[in-house]
Design a protein around this ligand. Sequence first.
Ligand code: WA2
Length: 269
Amino acid sequence: MRTESMRKAEETLTSMCEERARMLQEQFAVSVNHVHALAILVSTFHYQKSPPALDQETFADYTASTAFERPLLNGVAYAQRVVHAERQLFESQQGWMIKTMKRDPSPVQDEYAPVIYSQETVSYIEALDMMSGEEDRENILRARASGKAVLTRPFRLLESNHLGVVLTFPVYLLDLPDDATAEERVRATAGYLGGAFDVESLVENLLRQLAGNQEIMVNVFDVTNASEPLIMYGTNPPDDHMLFSHVSMLDFGDPFRKHQMKCRYREKP
Ligand code: WA2
């Protein structure tokens, strides 16, 4: 029988879940917008000035003092597109060798995406070819062909090994019309500005601050492939003893990916 108290409990769960989904989506959107602005900063000061009016120290200072604008990102970085014919010159100018994400010297590739500017919090990705990691590589290819912000599926981030997703914006050498083809976009690509959403620790922080946190259990899923939901946040509890759950929709701004939040009571209400 559905009692009045059960109806109330269900209503409370719904509103708590909707509130959490709204907050997460909002903080996500704020962070994405600020990374967009950083991509424009690199375009303006690195590529539209000759010689470039940007260096690692300036990038590190600026990104450190604006970190509060990107509450869910553990750090941001800029990876430059380097084709193989330019590799030697690039490495001698930088004074370091391009490395893989496993930290070996990079083998020969058609092209590379070594990180040349990084926020101090992710300085460990400097000089790493971001195309050497499967998730980052897919993001780079999709970002530059589309001209839009893109997200990876959830995966274990470098160093922290926390579950998260990477956000990538493309940076172009010239102003492209909105209807530029994918091929034109690839040809005009200068590099990639992005960062990692440390979902495991930063979403935990966000949820901890909310009233009622002790009573409910929150999961976030990447449901791009509806038949194979990927866990993005939280531990998946066994379904059996659970009375009801609520699913809230999430929009993180990449139309290629679908996300949702699922909330339940920790104990039978
Ligand atoms: N940033 C931080 N930690 C990571 C990571 C990443 N990618 N990938 C795995 N762990 C510079 O798309 C360009 C940042 C990638 C941007």
